[in-house]
Design a binder for this molecule. Structure first.
Ligand code: DP6
Length: 322
């Protein structure tokens, strides 16, 4: 039996689009912070047949199929014959509300599988395998501030993920403001693919990412909050603008999302160090120093359904066998 855990991450320069779906190669790089509070725990056991349980219940068929395909890929890349496997995976955060993240899931699954198959490989190779399951999962292999460099090689040989700075480098918080309890959205894979094939703004979006990466990387190294705030909100808005211009339009936001954007911007304009970012869903994540969390809670409380606070987290790790 092998158990691994991994944390989710929040992208501050977004990944939105692939240059190769088969190899899951991103069209551009991305930069994120790994979040300690949002954790996936995944256990693998040899079984009589492949089974996948999610939070103790049999997982939906598409989910189970994606997990099995990833186990096949990991086994094939390591050159091992894999047995049937019983996978148990659970998140310590609500999955139904669309807060679930494939990032922590595929990072934990990849590390658990490699370990279960008797291998130990460097983090950069783990990240490469995790990326095949889900692009954002590559970043959750590492803790703290992480950059995925998209590279240009058509086989992805120069696509790499690395840690820019350890979790303690900069003590910020990510306040997750959930704006709805249910409602399934267009998932990220489908959303980015529809954007790439139908949005006239997709090319401009991809072309804008490298400059944002340079800016965000510098802001992180210098712990320059205002500089990071500016580039992160810009990257988020441009990603969503490209998706909104898809055909049919992909609009992830609800009224509360927009209300929170306005409130966070007003709060920053009033001199508070806060900025927002939004992924492929209606929830808003606010980045701020620890002593701003209470004010963020106050400004959001009447329009949200749930609030979670996460600090910079460590990378994926094996917890069993200890
Ligand atoms: C908006 O990593 O879920 O969260 O590679 O198709 O599995 P696939 O996509 P995924 O996309 C994440 C999109 C995002 C931005 C980000 O995390 O960079």
């Amino acid at each position: 039996m092998t158990t691994a855990i991994a944390h989710s991450n929040i992208a501050l320069v977004k990944y939105w689009g692939k240059r190769d779906s088969q190899r899951n190669l991103p069209a551009a790089g991305s930069l994120s912070l790994t979040l300690d509070g949002l954790t996936t725990t995944t256990t693998l056991r040899d079984g009589d047949r492949d089974t996948v349980s999610l939070a103790g219940e049999p997982a939906p068929a598409p989910f189970a199929a994606r997990v099995a395909a990833h186990l096949d890929l990991v086994a094939q890349q390591l050159g091992v014959e894999r047995p049937p496997i019983a996978v148990d995976t659970a998140n310590n955060f609500p999955t139904a509300a669309g807060l679930a993240s494939s990032a922590s899931g595929f990072a934990a699954l990849t590390l658990a599988a490699v370990t279960h198959f008797g291998h130990t490989i460097p983090d950069v190779q783990l990240a490469d395998l995790a990326r095949r399951g889900s692009g954002s999962a590559a970043r959750s292999i590492f803790g703290g501030w992480v950059e995925l460099d998209a590279g240009t090689d058509e086989l992805g040989r120069d696509t790499t993920t690395r840690q820019l700075a350890v979790p303690s480098h900069w003590d910020l918080r990510c306040v997750v403001l959930a704006t709805t309890r249910g409602a399934k959205q267009t998932n990220s894979t489908d959303g980015m693919n529809l954007t790439a094939t139908t949005s006239p703004y997709y090319g401009a979006w991809v072309a804008s990412v490298d400059a944002d990466l340079d800016e965000a990387r510098a802001a992180v190294f210098q712990r320059d909050f205002e500089r990071l705030a500016t580039v992160a909100e810009r990257s988020c808005m441009r990603m969503h603008a490209s998706a909104i211009a898809a055909d049919p339009a992909i609009l992830y936001w609800n009224a509360a999302t927009v209300e929170l954007i306005h409130r966070v911007r007003a709060h920053r304009a009033a001199g508070h160090p806060v900025f927002f970012t939004i992924d492929a869903g209606p929830h808003v994540k606010v980045l701020c120093p620890p002593d701003e969390v209470a004010a963020v809670r106050d400004l959001a409380s009447d329009v949200i359904t749930q609030l979670l606070v996460a600090a910079p987290g460590h990378g994926a790790r094996v917890v069993e066998p200890a």
